[in-house]
Design a binder for this molecule. Sequence first.
Ligand code: UDP
Length: 340
Amino acid sequence: MAVLVCGGTGYIGSHVVAALIEQHEEVVIIDRMATGREKAVLGGKLYLGDLNDPKILDTVFKENEIEAVIHLAASSLVGESMTQPLAYYRNNVEGTLRLLEAMHKHRVDKIVFSSTAAVYGDPERIPIREADRKMPRNTYGETKLAVERMLHWAEQAHGIKYVILRYFNVAGAHDNGLIGEDHDPETHLIPLAIQAALEQRESMIIYGADYSTKDGTCVRDYIHVMDVAEAHLLAVNSLRNGGKSAVYNLGNSEGYTVKEVIEAVKKVTGREFPIQIAPRRQGDPAVLIASPDLIMEELNWYPKRGSLEKMVESAWEWHRTHPYGYAESKQGPWRGELLS
Ligand code: UDP
């Protein structure tokens, strides 16, 4: 029996696939490769296709004996979700609807779903607990919350069991040195700062230094991508063992400011780069820190690579050895030019 990974060629998906393969699981992947990279796939059987296409889903479920689904296929850029909300509903909500229809039709009743801290919006307290108020501030978070609700009702009617993982800020790379983070365009803090250290950008921009935090910049809870991948394995095994449907935060319960992250990048890389302060980025809450107590208690998950410096070292190792990501040379608008 195989585990179907939807979105297995993306940053987090490829690390989940690697972790499954290391556990000798049979892996089937479906990905439309809009943002994913074929080279990121270290094994398994890859189908190129869109979840919105019921035909390809039918083929995947007919040709393979799927036991459980891990669903990470989504559009995930907050800014883009505000300018293209309908595309986000189509990819994230309609895509999952089609997937659940296919699962129901083919009698597959276990799913692990990638959700996000963005479902909370501005948190009512820190650290955030799973039952706290959910009021997304952007379309991305809204579409993830819509799917969470869809899963709830699909379980009631069709018995599809789920584990929802709400990721906080995922960082780092696999320690095999073969896979890592490669977004185009890159929008995330740690890889952007590393690009500045590699002199691929002129400077690093801090979006807002006037928040009421210890140094005025936003606080986030960073978590290593391999710790995230391991949580998926535990979630699949929990469902296999008859575990109940559940929703878990996935974070380290420690917050770092944007300035602290940039300092960590400078320290780890041993390189200096200029910093500019810009206005706040739309939709950014000041502080997001998870309470991961529930997943620790119920799935016995704990982060093994929790220190910020270790995460930055891991990311640096990947970017240092893959300065153009999976590409072998400069290509695309940001790889060849200096961007500010
Ligand atoms: N950030 C920043 N400059 C950048 C990119 C990000 O100051 O070039 C900040 C961003 O405002 C947020 C934090 O870094 O407070 C983490 O942003 P990222 O996009 O990495 O993750 P998010 O928290 O949006 O999921």
